[in-house]
Structures are given as C-alpha cells and as structure tokens.
Design a binder for this molecule. Structure first.
Ligand code: RFL
Ligand code: PHB
Length: 409
C-alpha cells in the first residue's frame, strides 16, 4: 500500500487530519487499532473552543454540531459554598465555547470519511514507524490477521499517549517534560438533565468536582427536518469527582457518588443536584506531558501522541485540532509553493500553543484540586487565588481568554 500521508490513529486528531487533507486534495490512509463502535463510544472531551468549531464547520463537518451543540457563555466557579459566574463574552470581546462531545465529533468525521474520503481501516494496528529519517517512511501494521506495510511521503502519529509513533524518535533526539498528579477523576454519565445550565467547577475541602453535560443522541438531519437547537433539558449529566490516584471506579456505589457530589457542590442558596441512573463510570489518571520536538524527519506527532494536559482546562481535544490544522496548512503550502518552511516550523508553531495550554491546565488543576498532602497554608492560598479571580476583572479575563482558546499558530 502507498499513500501521501499515513495517519496512525482515528481519534479526533487523525480523523480531522484525514478530512482536512481530503478537502485539500491530498490523499491519506488512516490506520486505527480499535473497531468503529469502540472509537465512537469512548467518553472523553466535552468542550470545543470557537477556533475548533470554525475548523470543523469549514471542513464540512459542522451540520450536526451546529444543530446539537450548545453555546456556553460562561462557567461557574464554586468554592466555600459560594457561586461565581465567569462571563466569557463580556471578558473576551465576545468569545464563547460549544458543548459538543468528542464522541459526536468522531462520529461525524468517521461518517464523512467513509462516505467521501480515502481509506480508513479499523482494527488495523500500527506496529512500528520505520525510516522516519528517509524520504519514504513506512508504517508496519497488522490488519485482518496479516502484516502489511504502508509506504508514505509523510507519517503523522495521531495515536494518542499510548501509541507507537513516538517510539520511532530516538531518545537522543527528544526531550520529555512530565508531571503526574496524586489524584484522578472518577467520571460518570447519568441519565438526568444537568443540574445547571453551564459547567460548574467546584473547589471543596473534600476535593474537586465538575458538573458538565452531554447532548442527547441525535442522528444526522433529514433534509426536510426543521433546524432547531435543542434545549438544555434534553441533555444528560456528565459529572466528575476528584479521587485518589489508582481508585477503582467499581469501588464507588452510585449512591456514594451522588452523596459525594452533593457535598462538594453545596451552596448557601437553594441550588440542588438532580440525581438519576448512572449509565457509565470510569477513572482517568491526570498527567501533564510534552514531547519535544513534535517532528522527527518525516514523522510528525499530533494531539495526545505529543502532549497531554490534565482535563481541568478542557484543552486536550482543542490542542489536537490545532496541531492537525498546522500540519495540513504546512503540507498544502509546500505543495503549492515548493517551500518546506511551514513544515520545518511545525514543531515550534505547535509547541507555543501547547505550552500555553499546559500552563493553563496546570494552573486550573492546582487551583481547584486538593492534594492529599496539602498544608493549611496551601489551602489558604487556593482560597486567596479564588478570591482574586472573583474580585479582579483582570484576573478573571485571563482565565476567560485561556478557557475560550488561544489562536492556532
Ligand atoms: P486519542 O483520542 O487518544 O486517539 C488516538 C487513537 O489512536 C488509536 N491508536 C492506534 N491506532 C493504530 N495503531 C496503533 N498502534 C494505535 N495506538 C493507538 C487509538 O485507538 C485512538 O483511536 O488522541 P487524539 O486524536 O490526539 O485526541 C486527543 C483527545 O482525545 C484528548 O486530548 C481529549 O479527550 C482530552 N480531554 C478533553 N479535551 C478537551 O479539549 N476538552 C475537554 O473537555 C476534555 N475533557 C479529556 C476530557 C480527556 C479525558 N480523559 C478520559 C483523558 C475529559 C476526560 C475525562
Ligand atoms: C467534559 O464535559 O467531559 C469536560 C468538560 C470540561 C472539562 C473537562 C471535561 O474541563
């Protein structure tokens, strides 16, 4: 098999890249180790920055997103039983974010790719990237019980944190920056409308909690259907609790989860948490990670394959989008002008934005989580930071700008 761009991984990075290249008339093959149902069901991100929304729309993948996605003009910070709303448009000159799940982005891109794009092979596991320093890099992979080779002009590793692409970069050619956190998130999906119409980020002495939401499952629109946005009441609840590192999700009963959420979201007013049947339960580890550079020869890394942020800033998916937009633009430029300048600048361009997201995600994590060994001094500092955020427009604007997104490079 031969193609121009070999893409490893059909998460948001790989799928969007395939779509952008298709629109630009550049052929690509996507290899995905899992099956389609697994990729479409994997619960992850929920927040799209405006820049991400614009890219998906321009790529022709915005029809369902525009109908089902819910614009959010703010978030609530909750601490010491108090509630404070951060108003994004007022603080950023009109910016907002869109609540639309990663599962839905992936479903939309997969449907488009299978209908219009080049090959997207499920259950095709990349085993290794070879010849990254040559003009003809190759991906060795296994599909339907057979080993095969995909010969490419470029390989883009979009295979997430646990993928194989990064391993093709020799240790001496890379530098890794990493931090792990002594806690994780227990995430649940519950079949009950969200208890608030915006996201709530809560800092509590017992630990962090987050209230988010997911759109109902809605298919693609029939041409005769009315276009109407869906009410928040039709959404379901997505909730997270800070738990100790290594926690087993099954160790928490549904009732324990609701009781703990209720405590951490407590307020002085009459706000109440709506309970309902929990349909999904899992624990996510928290990590910050950056692999520099994001390119080795003709192998490019994009998305979680190159960097990880803790989810507190809602940045992971949006960073993946920025990387593949940068790559697609650079390759198009090279084809149109013969100049490799943008491809050569790929890593540097992406890393500028990546480090801003790393900084913001770290700050949000430290601001809102309670470390198991937190001292009373650190507890007071956390509250002082929250007080500052809620009383200084400058501090609040800094959060709002970062949350709604940094420009693509
Ligand atoms: P993915 O999504 O991990 O996709 C990688 C794909 O590669 C496949 N793969 C392979 N395929 C072939 N051969 C191999 N050898 C392979 N090895 C792996 C995998 O099966 C998979 O399909 O990476 P990608 O595309 O870079 O996308 C990154 C995002 O998924 C991730 O950053 C976000 O989900 C992070 N994230 C959030 N990001 C946001 O922007 N906003 C959010 O609100 C947000 N919330 C979250 C999150 C991540 C979370 N978890 C579970 C870590 C909330 C949570 C709880
Ligand atoms: C989510 O809805 O899954 C979500 C939202 C915001 C975050 C993290 C996760 O910061």
């Amino acid at each position: 098999m031969r193609t121009t761009v070999g893409i490893i991984g059909a998460g948001p990075a790989g799928l969007l890249l395939a779509r952008l290249l298709h629109v630009a008339g550049i052929d690509a093959v996507v290899l995905e180790s899992r099956d389609r149902a697994y990729v479409e069901r994997r619960q992850r991100a929920g927040i799209l920055e405006q820049g991400t929304v614009d890219v998906l729309r321009a790529a022709g993948a915005g029809e369902r997103m525009d109908r089902v996605g819910l614009r959010h003009d703010g978030i609530e910070l909750r601490y010491a039983r108090r509630r404070h709303r951060v108003d994004f448009p007022a603080l950023t000159g009109g910016k907002s974010v869109l609540v639309y799940a990663q599962t839905e982005v992936c479903k939309d891109l997969i449907a488009l790719q299978l209908e219009q794009g080049g090959p997207l092979l499920f259950e095709a596991e990349a085993l290794a990237v070879e010849g990254a320093e040559s003009d003809r890099p190759r991906v060795r992979f296994r599909h339907e019980g057979r080993e095969d080779v995909l010969e490419c002009d470029y390989v883009v590793g979009c295979d997430g944190f646990w993928g194989v692409a990064r391993k093709a970069v020799p240790a001496g050619a890379a530098r890794v920056f990493e931090r792990t956190y002594p806690f994780g998130w227990l995430g649940v999906l519950a079949d009950v409308p969200p208890s608030h119409d915006e996201l709530v980020y809560a800092r509590h002495d017992r630990g962090f909690a987050l209230l988010s939401m997911r759109p109902p499952s809605v298919g693609r629109r029939h041409p005769s259907e009315e276009v109407a946005s869906l009410p928040v009441e039709s959404f379901v609840s997505r909730l997270y609790l800070q738990v100790p590192e290594g926690t087993d999700a099954e160790a928490w009963s549904d009732e324990q989860i609701w009781d703990e959420l209720e405590r951490r979201f407590e307020t002085d007013d009459d706000w109440t948490l709506r309970r309902g049947p929990i349909t999904r339960k899992s624990v996510t580890a928290m990590r910050s990670f950056v692999h520099e550079p994001m390119r080795h020869g003709r192998l490019f890394l994009a998305g979680d394959a190159a960097h990880i942020v803790p989810p507190t800033g809602a940045k992971g998916l949006n960073l993946a989008v920025g990387d593949v937009v940068t790559f697609a633009r650079a390759l198009t430029h090279q084809r149109e002008t013969g100049s490799a300048e943008l491809l050569d600048a790929y890593s540097e361009t992406c890393l500028r934005r990546v480090w801003q997201a790393e900084r913001f995600s770290y700050d949000m994590t430290v601001l809102l989580h309670r470390a198991p060994d937190a001292t009373p001094f650190e507890d007071r500092l956390q509250l002082a930071r929250l007080e500052r955020l809620t009383s200084s427009r400058a501090a609040e604007a800094d959060l709002a700008e970062a949350y709604t997104g940094f420009a693509f490079g």
